[in-house]
Design a protein around this ligand. Structure first.
Ligand SMILES: [Zn+2]
Length: 354
């Protein structure tokens, strides 16, 4: 009897801890479903930040298409220890990341540590998702250059002002210390090229792609920006790279290379402060609701499926089913966190008094 009472105290104690630590909320904005164990206020903040990003995208580059992102689920963990079991595994250990983007056929997932700022990688990958359905396939340098350009996005919380194109310091440093890739090589890089695939060459490829996009966005009072859109249209029409280049930019490779070099030696680089023209009215548009443990496990199970982590997916699915099956049990939360075996023990010792 004393033993049973002791077990009860322990179990109830565990139950409270688990519930307090893992309360999930759900926030739905116009284009995102944001769920997770971070606070409701933090989930709202993430939703409004991503909405601003999406609204700001394509303001500078009319040629880059948008796609609907209603199918992006964002999971925000309350801190790193809650996030760790769901991180990508690298050499047998959770990777050292504060967020990742996982795209799949029907859905995209973003996973974040709610205590950290949204990492640049998320914005980078989100640009790829937004341009994936572009009617014209973007050349590799435009695709990676745009993604890097937008990766330094910042928004002022609650306001309509955003910053685009803050310089990526490591790219600037690399480009100032190394010779540039000749433009004819850079423009021809595709997904099979060594610059795209070999680690020793990727750094300079990403850096120069970023720099060229940044220069074309800013250069000669923004007139090059329209020319970039023209260049992409000419390419999409089947014109060879060099002919498209000359026609769109009214310059040859050597001329633009020289301008790019000069741009990189400038002491300061410009970036854009943009006021969103679209009235987002985010607070009204965002709804908050609680999420059951079964639903939370289902979200995590889906995330793990998309990550290709079968073991973790199975674990979450089991947890989800357990919760659904025993949703009326007073030990529901405990059974969810400890699995079926312990739940059976629990029920045997402490049957429900309904
Ligand atoms: Zn990329």
């Amino acid at each position: 009897m004393i033993l049973a009472a002791a077990i009860l105290v322990t179990l109830v104690g565990d139950l409270r801890t688990a519930q307090a630590a893992d309360t999930w909320m759900r926030v739905r904005s116009r284009n995102f479903l944001v769920v997770g164990s971070a606070s409701g206020a933090r989930l709202k903040q993430v939703a409004s930040e991503l909405e601003r990003f999406r609204a700001a995208f394509a303001m500078l580059f009319p040629g880059a298409d948008r796609r609907a992102t209603a199918d992006t689920t964002v999971i925000v963990f309350r801190n790193d220890s809650a996030f760790r079991p769901f991180k990508p595994v690298y050499e047998g250990k959770p990777a050292n990341v504060s967020g990742y983007f996982q795209s799949g056929g029907a859905r995209n997932f973003i996973a974040l540590d709610g205590e950290m700022n949204t990492p640049a990688l998320i914005y980078h990958e989100f640009v790829h998702a937004l341009t994936a359905d572009a009617t014209q396939r973007l050349p590799a340098w435009v695709s990676e250059g745009l993604a890097e350009f937008y990766s330094t996005f910042r928004s002022d919380p609650g306001g309509r002002n955003v910053e685009l194109g803050r310089p990526v310091n490591q790219h600037v440093a690399l480009l100032r210390q190394n010779p540039l890739i000749p433009l004819d090589t850079l423009l021809a890089v595709d997904h099979q090229s060594s610059y795209y695939n070999e680690q020793s060459k990727q750094g300079i490829f990403y850096a120069e792609s970023w720099a060229l996009v940044h220069y074309l966005a800013n250069g000669t009072n923004g007139s090059r920006r329209r020319q970039l859109a023209d260049y992409l249209s000419l390419l999409a029409g089947g014109k060879p790279i060099e002919d498209s280049f000359r026609e769109a930019f009214h310059a040859d490779y050597a001329g633009i290379e020289k301008e790019l070099r000069q741009y990189l030696t400038q002491f300061t680089m410009t970036f854009f402060k943009v006021t969103l023209t679209e009235k987002l009215d985010l607070d009204k548009a965002i709804e908050t609701a609680p999420v059951s443990e079964a639903q939370a496990a289902a979200y995590l199970g889906d995330l793990m499926v998309y990550m290709g982590r079968a073991d973790a997916a199975e674990r979450e699915r089991t947890r989800s089913q357990t919760c659904t099956l025993f949703v009326r049990s007073r030990f529901r939360a405990l059974s969810c966190f400890r699995g079926r075996a312990l739940m059976r023990v629990t029920i045997r010792h402490f049957p429900r008094r309904a």
